[in-house]
Design a protein around this ligand. Structure first.
Ligand SMILES: Cc1cc2nc3c(=O)[nH]c(=O)nc-3n(C[C@H](O)[C@H](O)[C@H](O)COP(=O)(O)OP(=O)(O)OC[C@H]3O[C@@H](n4cnc5c(N)ncnc54)[C@H](O)[C@@H]3O)c2cc1C
Length: 288
C-alpha cells in the first residue's frame, strides 16, 4: 500500500486529482478500523495530517469556518462557548484517545447516520466546503450526506472545512446508547434555539438512513412560541406543547431494527429526547 504524504493543501489537492482512488486519512479512527478488519484494502492512502490549513478555524463573514482536521478535543476546548451543541456531541464521541485523534471532517467523510457530529451540524444549517484542484464549492450539510455512509464528494475532491453559525441561544444534544461511554448512538437528537430568527431546529441521529431534520416538530413549536409570545415573555412552554413536540420528533424518525435497538424503541426514545432537550434548552433561554 502506497502512502502519499503531501505537506501543503495545494499539494494534497494535486495528489487527489492525479490519484482519484487514494483514500484520505485524517485521525484514522474510522479508516484504520476498516483496514484492520480487512473491509477495505485501498492501493493508496492520502495522509492529510501534515496539512496545517486543515487544523485552523476562524471567523468568516459573521460565521465560523472550521478546518476539517480540527479534532473533537480542540473543538470542545476552543469552540465550546460558540458551538455548545457540537461541543456536547463531541464530548460523547468515543474516549479521550478517540477525541484527540478524531475529526469532524472524518465524521463527515464517513457520513454514518450514527455520526455524532452530524445532527448538530444539521440543526445549525452548516455548510461543507469541498475543494479540488479546479475550485471550491460549499454545500448544505443536508445535501452533502446523500445516504447511509454516502456523500456527494467527487473523486478529485477533499473536505476542506465546514461553515457554521455561532449559537444565538441554547443548544442541546442527547444520545442514547447501551452504556454511558464508548458507544455508537442507538439514537440521538440535536436541538438549537435561534432567538434572533425566532426558531427552533431539531435533528435526529441514528434513526434513519441519514440524519433527519424534524421539520413538522420545528414548525409546530415555532407556532406555539409565536402565538403565546414566549420569545419575549420567556414563560415556560406549556406541557401539552412539549408533549406534542416530542410526538412530532418521534414521527419524523425512520429507524430500523438492528443490533443496537428496535425501531419501536428508537421512536419512543426520540419522543422522550425531544421533550427533554427542548425543556433543557428553553429553561436555559428563560434564565439567560
Ligand atoms: C473506539 C471508537 C469509538 C468511536 N466512537 C464514536 C462515537 O461515539 N461517535 C461517533 O460519531 N464516532 C465514533 N467513532 C468513529 C470515529 O471516531 C469518528 O467518525 C471520527 O469523526 C472520524 O474522524 P477521523 O479524523 O478519525 O477520520 P478518518 O478515519 O481519518 O476518516 C474517516 C473517513 O473520512 C474520510 N476523510 C477524512 N478526512 C477527509 C477529508 N479532509 N476530505 C475527504 N475525506 C476525508 C476518510 O477517507 C474516511 O473515509 C469511534 C471510533 C472508534 C475507533
Amino acid at each position: 500500500m502506497e502512502v502519499l504524504q503531501p505537506d501543503s493543501w495545494p499539494e494534497a489537492l494535486e495528489l487527489k486529482a492525479t490519484h482519484p482512488d487514494a483514500v484520505p486519512i485524517a485521525g484514522g479512527t474510522d479508516l484504520m478500523v476498516e483496514l484492520n478488519f480487512d473491509r477495505r484494502r485501498p492501493q493508496e492512502i492520502l495522509d492529510l495530517t501534515r496539512i496545517a490549513e486543515l487544523t485552523e478555524w476562524g471567523p468568516v463573514n459573521g460565521g465560523l469556518r472550521i478546518g476539517a482536521g480540527v479534532t473533537y478535543a480542540r473543538l470542545i476546548v476552543e469552540l465550546g462557548d460558540r458551538l455548545p451543541g457540537l461541543a456536547i456531541a463531541s464530548r460523547t464521541v468515543g474516549s479521550p484517545q478517540i477525541r484527540n485523534r478524531g475529526t469532524v471532517g472524518g465524521n463527515l467523510g464517513t457520513s454514518s447516520p450514527a455520526g455524532d457530529a452530524l445532527p448538530p451540524l444539521f440543526a445549525s444549517d452548516a455548510e461543507v466546503e469541498l475543494a479540488s484542484r479546479s475550485g471550491v464549492r460549499r454545500i448544505p450539510v443536508g445535501e452533502f450526506v446523500t445516504g447511509p455512509k454516502r456523500n456527494c464528494l467527487a473523486d478529485d475532491e477533499l473536505i476542506a472545512a465546514f461553515h457554521i453559525a455561532p449559537a444565538e441561544g441554547p443548544q442541546q444534544f442527547a444520545k442514547i446508547g447501551t452504556r454511558n461511554a464508548m458507544v455508537i448512538a442507538v439514537c440521538s437528537l440535536a436541538l438549537s434555539v435561534w432567538p434572533e430568527r425566532q426558531g427552533v431546529a431539531a435533528c435526529i441521529g441514528s434513526a434513519g438512513p441519514t440524519p433527519i431534520r424534524a421539520g413538522d416538530a420545528e414548525q409546530f413549536i415555532g407556532g406555539v412560541l409565536d402565538e403565546h409570545d414566549l420569545w419575549s415573555t420567556r414563560a415556560p412552554i406549556p406541557d401539552a406543547a412539549l408533549q406534542r413536540f416530542g410526538e412530532l420528533v418521534e414521527d419524523a424518525a425512520r429507524p430500523i431494527d438492528d443490533v443496537r435497538g428496535s425501531a419501536r424503541y428508537r421512536h419512543h426514545a426520540l419522543g422522550v429526547l425531544g421533550r427533554r432537550t427542548l425543556t433543557w434548552a428553553w429553561e436555559a433561554y428563560r434564565c439567560d
